[in-house]
Design a protein around this ligand. Structure first.
Ligand code: GCU
Length: 679
């Protein structure tokens, strides 16, 4: 029985006797290079992990030993004859090699790299291999992360509530820090290191300046000390008006000398206690947050001022491009591009601009953000949302790596065909100096961390894709299922299929054919395509679907907002032309009459109804699949998922019925015969 707390790091004894016997023979003892805190973390993980999986106490020994051995050592410290068999030239400082070497009749499984952190990542990889029952014989693999900053963004408030958090409260207990170190902090670091995440922004982007006061910095320091051995750097969100709110200044103008000095002093203060502090994450002049524009300055002014304060310590500024203004109601999708692209190349070297995956806001499906590829001289950091604000919170089962993969594999055409977003993000197309990927965390105090047991797969998958944006979501699902539940092939086959289809299911029953942002206002949970919050036009769902008696959809072609012109010409041509625009994006880019003929020959109206129904049917299918998985899953988690899928089905129908009945008031057409009658 598992309550899910251990995530994918459950180290119960390997149940397959043949596999267990082989591993026990291949890993008779362990040699570990001596070292500091990271080496101790490795030793602890091996005692728990190897000890647990092999169900025996680990014997640490010198090198060579009398039998087959696991060797964990930096390349520089390996004996000469081991070095001859290994080439580390292509590894970066966080990379590792795992190689099975035969010497004098003995087998050595060597985990090596340039730095301790590589050895830790390699150790977690080995434990994954063991959990997946893969063979060690002849193993020879080499891994280096393709992205520099692989980061979680916690939208956690200091009172422990979480903006868009659906899995309990914040795991940061500011009240008992710095003296009380919750075991969860250590397990959090272990889990992140196991998937290569190396940075974490602890606080909400809608920032509270108090986090930068000495009282809180002392608590941040305690967390940073727990995370350091695991290679996890701490970032904080910087409220732009902090110099006024906690510094007593009269302005936060980024060109004011006192303000500049205040941030320099603050940086010095932070680095004194946290020497490896990552830097600041900033949301400015967005949704009411303060920023440089309050003083007639630009994002560039604000960014570079903060960057200069961090430069002496090699810290970074991550400045978010999620900006849109109520004063420009033409098309919210265009605004970030218009504000940032003209300043390409003018940002300091330690600046990354963090861009959401799509131009609106973490919808079930969006085209990629047009800024990707449009700023070749500025590091752009991908921002995904792991918490499912617009995808059914922690209640619906939606496997997000499928969405992430779709975005990363999208072709920007910016440097010809094949210029994928992934290649923009990992810098390979522009030889960027600094690269990064952030995921808005779905973690909270729930026993299993993420509320829905399958939410763990989204955290896991985000980490794996940040390490290597070219990975495919199917391989990730395979790893996660095997390490979290079972290696049984029947289980893997069925549940993997269910996970991979779950993303399309949610698109179908929420926002098919390119519809977007038709969620009930402010909480974004259920359907609300009708007129909602009128305080800002672009928070109103009717702004996005533009349904009327003539048709539905947002015209973003030349005859409309022309947002398409922000993309490369080849993209603009393909998506602007109704013949070639993929139907998944139809109503994102086009406004079309209700009787517009789809590729299937059906009308747009019928096609919409069929998609909504398909979404409902897909959830029914998920329920069937899960019912059949009872023999493979413990009762506790099987029940949790079963009950949640029940809610998901009810709500898929709710979406279908609410949207179709509402749109019918404009189309005035009958529901297609494939659709069940509304409930
Ligand atoms: C969304 C979300 C907000 C959040 C914002 C952001 O709009 O609803 O809660 O603050 O994104 O990313 O800054």
């Amino acid at each position: 029985m598992s309550n899910g707390y251990e995530l994918w790091l459950n180290y119960d004894k390997i149940s397959d006797d043949t596999v267990l016997k082989t591993y026990r023979n291949q890993l008779q003892s362990v040699f570990m290079e001596e070292g500091g805190a990271t080496m101790e973390a490795i030793m602890m993980e091996l005692e728990m992990g190897l000890g647990g999986l092999l169900d025996r106490e680990i014997r640490f020994d010198s090198l060579p030993s009398s039998g087959n051995q696991l060797v964990v050592s930096k390349y520089g410290s390996l004996p000469k004859d081991f070095k001859e068999d290994i080439n580390i030239d292509y590894l970066n400082s966080e990379g590792y090699i795992i190689k099975h070497i035969k010497k004098s009749g003995r087998g050595y499984l060597v985990i090596t790299g340039k730095e301790d952190i590589g050895l830790l990542y390699g150790t977690f990889h080995l434990l994954r291999i063991l959990k997946m029952h893969q063979t060690l014989e002849g193993l020879n693999l080499e891994e280096s992360p393709k992205v520099d900053i692989r980061m979680l963004n916690h939208w956690d408030n200091l009172d422990r509530t979480i903006e868009r958090g659906y899995s309990g409260f914040s795991i940061w207990n500011w009240q008992t820090l710095p003296d009380y170190i919750d075991q969860r902090y250590i397990d959090y670091a272990r889990a992140n290191a196991s998937i290569g995440i190396n940075a974490t922004a602890l606080t909400n982007v809608n920032a509270n300046a108090l986090i930068l006061t000495p009282q809180y910095l002392e608590k941040v320091q305690a967390l940073a000390e727990v995370f350091r051995p695991y290679g996890l750097k701490v970032y904080l969100t910087a409220r732009f008006s902090a110099p006024m709110e906690i510094g007593g200044l009269e302005t936060a103008d980024p060109l004011d000398q006192e303000v500049i000095q205040w941030w320099k002093n603050k940086a010095a203060e932070i680095y004194k206690s946290i020497p490896d502090f990552g830097g600041f994450l900033v949301k400015a002049n967005s949704e009411g947050q303060p920023g440089p524009q309050n003083y007639g300055r630009t994002h560039l002014d604000g960014t570079n001022m903060l960057a200069d304060a961090l430069t002496p310590y090699k810290g970074n500024v991550i400045w978010r491009a999620f900006v849109y203004s109520e004063h420009d109601a033409e098309d919210r999708a265009k605004q970030a591009y218009s504000e940032f692209v003209p300043d390409d190349g003018k940002y300091r070297d330690n600046v990354l601009i963090q861009v959401k995956n799509g131009p609106i806001d973490f919808q079930p499906r969006e085209p990629f953000h047009p800024m990707f590829g449009a700023m070749p001289n500025t590091p752009l950091m991908m921002e995904f949302q792991i918490t499912k604000e617009y995808l059914g919170f922690a209640t619906h089962l939606v496997y997000l790596p499928k969405l992430f993969e779709e975005v990363l594999q999208s072709d920007t055409y910016q440097k010809g065909k094949g210029s994928t977003v992934a290649k923009m993000v990992d810098g390979s197309l522009n030889t960027k100096k600094l690269t990064g990927m952030a995921g808005v965390s779905n973690i909270g105090t729930d026993t299993n961390w993420t509320g829905h047991p399958f939410g763990q797969a989204d955290w896991y998958g985000f980490g794996r894709l940040a390490w290597d944006p070219s990975m495919n979501s199917e391989a990730i699902a395979d790893e996660w299922l095997r390490t979290t539940f079972s290696n049984d092939e029947e289980f893997i086959k069925s549940v993997k299929k269910m996970m991979l289809e779950s993303r399309e299911a949610v698109v179908n029953y929420m926002n098919p054919l390119g519809l977007h942002h038709i969620f009930d206002t402010s909480h974004h949970y259920g359907p609300g395509p009708w007129v909602g919050n009128l305080s800002r036009p672009e928070w109103n769902p009717v702004y996005y679907h533009k349904a009327d008696e003539d048709g539905i959809g947002f015209d973003r072609t030349k005859t409309g907002s022309n947002a398409l012109s922000q993309y490369a010409p080849a993209f603009e041509e393909k998506f602007g032309n109704l013949e070639t625009c993929p139907e998944e994006y139809l109503l994102w880019f086009h406004h079309l009459p209700w009787d517009y003929q789809l590729k299937s020959g059906r009308t747009l109206w019928d096609g919409l109804g069929i998609k909504y129904q398909q979404g409902v049917d897909q959830v029914k299918q998920m329920i069937n699949t899960w019912e059949n998985m009872k023999p493979y899953v413990d009762e506790y988690r099987h029940n949790q998922v079963r009950m949640l899928l029940g809610i998901q089905l009810k709500e898929a129908k709710w979406w279908r019925d609410a949207c179709m009945l509402y749109f019918q008031t404009f189309s005035k057409m009958d529901f297609p015969k494939e659709m069940e009658s509304p409930e």
